[in-house]
Design a protein around this ligand. Structure first.
Ligand SMILES: *[C@@H]1O[C@H](CO)[C@@H](O)[C@H](O)[C@H]1NC(C)=O
Ligand SMILES: *[C@@H]1O[C@H](CO)[C@@H](O)[C@H](O)[C@H]1NC(C)=O
Ligand SMILES: *[C@@H]1O[C@H](CO)[C@@H](O)[C@H](O)[C@H]1NC(C)=O
Ligand SMILES: *[C@@H]1O[C@H](CO)[C@@H](O)[C@H](O)[C@H]1NC(C)=O
Ligand SMILES: *[C@@H]1O[C@H](CO)[C@@H](O)[C@H](O)[C@H]1NC(C)=O
Length: 438
């Protein structure tokens, strides 16, 4: 009888052990819709935690037996959530996981994330470069991909650090993390909205300034309109002996604007030019000589007369033209051009002579301002930017006229068709003979 009672007890206890298994509620932790991959996320022992679950359907899984304590390393938000409200659960009550255990509601300044874990989220920061995820938010970190993974996408260009209370590895720190966690109660980050290069800081140490990624960097120059194609900084090296090296010192901004990337960097003598002077002028900490123009061998505040800055901010001494007989009143150059702009290119000399004041100027070499007098005056002058040629043909200066056309002082050095001297002489002779005959 005692034996039978004992066996019955054993059987009963076996039965009760088997049937005491109390499954959890369904929770949507399956990330693949076919097993419980995803349900261990957030636990120290991810695979051990995942093994506590059994697949149900869709994205649903449930804890196989809530009466067994999951333990510190396997407990996570999904275990808490699945076993919460199960009467005989061995887990602490509560649908969320905070710190080291389940909790019924996230503490102050915390909110449950997508895997039921209470975290201290950062503020929204506009670091998404795609507008669909947090690509861009890792910028400035040594390990950019790791830094980016700390963010949760919000909307538009906004992302936020998922959990500011988590310690961030040195190589993953950047300006966006500092900016997002700055001012967040419970943040484990050093206070400050910018990244100094080693940690968050309230401001950059002069002369460094914060760039658009909230990282303290050496000061860039001001925008200068030196891009010749509106897509890169081609054109910004103009005027330097080593133009390609000078150009490489610039960062493209937008439109025709570029800026010197780092004005604190020393520029080699052969790479200096007007655009570098102009961009770094007035920038705190600049290693360049102050001044917006380049004169001789360095930056200068202004060009020494009679030099003046050309279109590339380089001081140029004027290149005077040859005397040409275009003054029609022997007191000014009103006869040298069709309008005030062209007339203004000339300086009166004496008698009927005038000369182009500066054949190197943009005004003198502009196609619309060219005429025969400008061509003839500037022809052969070293440093002239006026097209070569002693006469004007079609729309530019030319070294010869097309067949059948001539140019001389008589027709203002403009190639025109008409009676050539040979024809005139022939007529003169013809008339002379005609005169003799009558
Ligand atoms: C800001 O500076 C950091 C570090 O130099 C750099 O990685 C990042 O690209 C910069 N951001 C911008 C927008 O230039
Ligand atoms: C960046 O961090 C991730 C995650 O911690 C790591 O797997 C990867 O090796 C790191 N890369 C570099 C270049 O440090
Ligand atoms: C910009 O123009 C220069 C020539 O002026 C050319 O060499 C360079 O490739 C151009 N850049 C782009 C991006 O088109
Ligand atoms: C221009 O500078 C670059 C970079 O420093 C250098 O490689 C190149 O040899 C220089 N060219 C000339 C003509 O000095
Ligand atoms: C001056 O005259 C030239 C030639 O006729 C013309 O092309 C140019 O547009 C004129 N400039 C002004 C400012 O009137």
């Amino acid at each position: 009888m005692n034996k039978l009672f004992a066996i019955t007890l054993v059987v009963l206890s076996l039965v009760s052990t088997t049937y005491a298994a109390t499954a959890g509620n369904n929770v949507a932790c399956s990330t693949n819709g076919k097993d419980c991959t995803g349900c261990g996320l957030g636990a120290t022992d991810v695979t051990g935690s995942q093994a506590l679950f059994t697949y149900v359907s869709g994205n649903n899984c449930k804890v196989i037996d809530c009466t067994v304590a999951a333990g510190a390393t396997k407990t996570n938000g999904w275990v808490c959530s699945s076993c919460n409200t199960v009467a005989s659960s061995a887990q602490t009550a509560g649908a969320f996981y905070q710190g080291t255990d389940c909790i019924s509601a996230c503490g102050a300044n915390k909110a449950a994330n997508a895997i039921q874990i209470c975290v201290t989220s950062g503020n929204n920061v506009a670091c998404s470069s795609s507008g669909t995820d947090c690509t861009g938010c890792g910028t400035g970190a040594t390990n950019a991909s790791n830094a980016q993974a700390l963010f949760t996408y919000v909307s538009g260009n906004n992302c936020k650090v998922n959990d500011c209370s988590a310690t961030v590895a040195a190589g993953s720190k950047n300006g966006w993390i500092c900016n997002s966690c700055n001012g967040v109660t419970g943040s484990a980050q050093t206070a400050g909205a910018v990244y100094s290069g080693t940690d968050c800081a309230t401001s950059c140490t002069s002369p460094q300034v914060s760039n658009t990624s909230k990282v303290c960097t050496n000061p860039p120059g001001n925008n200068v309109a030196c891009s010749s194609n509106g897509t890169d900084c081609t054109g910004c090296g103009a005027g330097a002996t080593n133009a390609s090296n000078a150009q490489a010192l610039f960062t493209y901004v937008s439109g025709n604007n570029c800026k010197v990337t780092d004005c604190t960097a020393t520029v080699a003598a052969g790479s200096k030019n007007g655009w570098i002077c102009n961009s770094c002028n007035g920038v705190t900490g600049s290693a360049q000589t102050a001044g917006a123009v380049y004169q001789g061998t360095d930056c200068a505040a202004s060009c020494t007369s009679p030099a003046s800055a050309n279109a590339n901010q380089v001081c140029m001494t004027p290149v005077a033209g040859n005397n040409v007989a275009c003054s029609t009143n022997s007191k000014d150059c009103t006869g040298c051009g069709a309008n005030a702009t062209i007339i203004g290119l000339f300086t009166y000399v004496s008698g009927s002579n005038c000369k182009v004041t500066d054949c190197s100027s943009t005004a003198a070499s502009t196609a619309a301002n060219l005429n025969g007098w400008v061509c003839n005056s500037c022809n052969g002058q070293t440093g002239s930017n006026v097209p070569a040629g002693q006469q004007y043909s079609g729309s530019t200066c030319a070294t010869s006229c097309p067949s059948g056309q001539t140019a001389s002082a008589t027709n203002s050095f403009t190639c025109t068709a008409g009676s050539s001297n040979a024809v005139k002489i022939a007529f003169t002779i013809l008339f002379a003979i005609f005169g003799l005959l009558i």
